[in-house]
Design a protein around this ligand. Structure first.
Ligand SMILES: Cc1cc2nc3c(=O)[nH]c(=O)nc-3n(C[C@H](O)[C@H](O)[C@H](O)COP(=O)(O)OP(=O)(O)OC[C@H]3O[C@@H](n4cnc5c(N)ncnc54)[C@H](O)[C@@H]3O)c2cc1C
Length: 477
């Protein structure tokens, strides 16, 4: 028996219900709308998407402020002396919030331009395979898209001990001004970006990481190089095997120890936990469904269709815990929404080549297959490298730090992947991802035009090194 008394204006049955109105849910809505108007778009939290409200955009706004400060600090090497650097924390945060609100407002306006009767505000929970409870309202849906996003994964013991001195990324973007000191835990993309941005804005920062990883990098030589580079811009301790945190008045005292014998004893105003993200699946009532899951409780779904098992339920965006990136969330939303709309005529869609960028200093990028994936595969591959220390244009602009590694298959000489920490990585990442997706050979890339003097000439150096590695491999076989 369906309960439709909670909100009589809401529909009692629809063709497609989409849980979550983030980037994936909005893309799913647009795609499903091409098949039906009987849609419910459900949202428990604020509109505006994680990306615009507390993710990609405000983090890049904070980084832009730090880059402006960095340009002032770097000016002296060019003989330019702009005077004493002053950072107005209130003005920095005001611009971050104002621009963030503008971005989120534009997204919100889009949602509000869609038919109001399709928008349901409340927390959705499965009562059975086809019935959702939304704050007491029961909705029957022929097909359902789960696009519930993710949330920071923070040890419960830290929350209990540190109380309001423990921050997650969302908190940073609502600050009125910059704090004096922050301990950042985690050297994934979010931890690295925020730690370096805050340090660049004059906040005393210490970065701690249990692992020796740096964002998405997997190549051991690049990781070694990258840790040194990051350590030059922010105090960083990797391989931390013990962290003791204790609330200390209006701050937090920390004792940490690394596998390499480093020790940290200190006190910070805040701890920012950037210790990974977990999909928002708890509280969704999945136990009331027959959806297939693996032994660790993860939903079994097809990346090319978004379909969970052979069911009428699809999943998209961070909720599937695949790559947790904006462009992937939007693609997955489009695929899942289209297939939910056309069900049972479910169609697989080719996925784009993986592309991941960290707006660190220097920037980090991974395009195509990673070094670790190639190592684990049975593909024989060669590696071509360039170090940017002596790269012409990079020296001209004073950003000659870092390295690029390219990987190509021995048999086909086709570019398979790339990893980099270095100048203009966000742009090289695109060139490389597009080449990898097209299936370019190393020779075809070398035959392409390179202007002078540009950072891309560094890519040509790496391609030449890769070509000679491939030739050496052929000569040796
Ligand atoms: C600090 C930070 C920086 C980032 N920077 C980048 C970047 O530079 N580039 C990049 O590509 N990616 C970046 N990302 C990742 C990117 O933001 C996410 O991959 C993307 O926003 C995920 O979109 P989504 O639609 O899956 O989730 P969301 O946008 O979070 O949407 C999920 C929605 O579902 C709602 N919801 C959850 N459960 C329910 C329920 N039961 N009922 C109803 N509604 C529910 C939530 O309230 C939310 O609105 C960053 C993330 C963070 C946190």
């Amino acid at each position: 028996m369906l309960n439709n008394t909670a909100n009589p204006a809401w529909p009692s049955d629809v063709e497609v219900a989409i849980i979550g109105t983030g980037s994936a849910g909005m893309a799913a809505y647009r795609a499903a709308s091409r098949h039906t108007t009987r849609i419910a778009l459900i949202e428990a939290g604020p509109y505006g998407t994680t990306c615009a409200r507390v993710g990609c955009m405000p983090s890049k706004l904070l980084i832009a402020a730090a880059e402006a400060a960095g340009a002032v600090r770097a000016a002296a090497q060019f003989g330019v002396r702009p005077g004493q650097l002053a950072i107005d924390g209130q003005a920095v945060m005001q611009r971050v919030r104002d621009e963030r609100d503008r971005f989120a407002g534009l997204v919100e306006a889009t949602v509000h331009s869609w038919p109001a009767e399709q928008q349901l505000r409340g927390h959705a929970r499965f009562l059975s395979d086809h019935v959702l409870d939304i704050n007491g309202h029961h909705l029957r849906a022929e097909r359902i898209v789960i696009a519930t996003g993710s949330q920071p994964s923070v040890p419960a013991a830290w929350r209990a001990e540190l109380g309001d001195r423990l921050l997650i990324n969302d908190d940073v973007f609502s600050w009125d001004t910059l704090p004096a000191s922050v301990l950042v835990i985690g050297a994934g993309a979010i931890g690295l970006e925020l730690a370096q941005a805050l340090q660049g804005l004059g906040v005393q920062v210490q970065l701690l990481s249990r692992s020796e990883r740096l964002g998405p990098l997997t190549d051991p030589l690049l990781l070694e190089h990258g840790r040194q580079l990051v350590g030059q811009s922010v105090p960083a301790m990797f391989g931390v095997d013990q962290i003791d945190l204790a609330r200390d008045g209006m701050g937090v005292s920390v004792r940490a120890h690394s596998r390499f014998g480093q020790r940290l004893v200190g006190r910070f105003d805040w701890v920012l936990a950037a210790t990974g993200r977990q999909p928002n699946l708890d509280g969704l009532g999945l136990e009331s469904t027959s959806l297939p899951r693996d032994e660790r409780g993860r939903l079994l779904y097809d990346r090319s269709t978004g379909q969970i098992g052979n069911s009428h339920v699809f999943i998209a965006g961070d909720a599937n815990a695949d790559s947790m990136l904006l462009h992937e969330a939007a693609d997955e939303g489009q695929i899942a929404g289209d297939n939910a709309g056309r069900f049972p005529d479910v169609r697989p869609r080719p996925r784009r080549v993986p592309l991941s960028i960290v707006f660190s200093h220097p920037q980090i990028m991974v395009a195509g297959a990673t070094w670790a994936e190639l190592q684990q595969s049975d593909v024989g591959f060669a590696c071509g490298r360039v170090d940017f220390a002596d790269q012409g244009r990079s020296r001209v602009i004073g950003e000659n730090r870092g390295a690029l590694h390219l990987y190509a298959a021995h048999t086909s000489a086709i570019l398979l992947g790339a990893e980099m920490i270095g100048p203009k990585a966000e742009h090289l990442a695109h060139l490389l991802a597009w080449s990898i997706q097209r299936g370019d050979s190393v020779q075809a890339m070398l035959d392409s035009p390179f202007y002078h003097p540009v950072v891309e000439e560094g890519l040509r150096t790496a391609l030449r090194a890769l070509q000679s590695q491939l030739e050496r491999g052929r000569a040796g076989s």
